[in-house]
Write a protein of this length. Sequence first.
Length: 202
Amino acid sequence: MIEQFPAVFLWLMILIPLVIGIGLAEVLLLTVRACPLPDEALLRVYTRNGAFTDCYATELPGIFSHAQYVQAFYTTWVFKLERVILKWAVARPSTDDQARQLAQGSIDAFSAWRVESRSENQLLMADFQGRTRSWLMVVPVPGGDKARTRLYFGSAVVPERDSVTGTSTLGFVFSALMGFHKLYSHVLLYAARSRLRSARVA
C-alpha cells in the first residue's frame, strides 16, 4: 500500500519483522492465503491495463459488515504504525475517528488515500500520487449456526512510463520490495481479522 513512499516502506521493513516474530509469521501465513481476484472485485479493472494486482483472503466465525471491516483494518496496531510514519514522512495525519467516518461513507479521504470507488461490500482506495490502489471486500459465507465472513484485501500498482525507453514499468523500488509487500499484506489482513474477533468477544 505504501510502496510509493520508499522511506516509509523501509521503516516498516525494519519494524514489522521485529514485532511479529517468526512464530506469528507462521500462523498468519497459514491463516491468510493468496487467491484470485473475485469476478466482482472493483480492483479487477486494473488487471486489464497492465497493472500489478494481488488478492488475499481469510475467514472468521460470525457475520461482520463491510463498515466493521474497514474500520478494523485501518485501526489495527500495524496500520496505526503506518499512519504514524506517514504523518511525519508525507504530512498526512489521520485519526481513528476518521477511519470510522471512512468506513461509514461520511468522508472520502483518509491519510494518504482517497476513495476511488465504493459498493455495498467493497472499498477501492487510491494513494494521493496515483500509483497504488488498495481494496477491501467482505462476503458472508452461509453456514447456519456456523456462519462465517470472508475478508478480502488486495493491492494494485499502476505502471509508469520510462522516459528513456518508453516502456511501462512498475519501478525498481516495488520490484525490489515484492517479498516484503507479500508479507506485509498478510500482516495487514491478519491484524484486521484479529481485531474483528476481539471486538466480537468483547
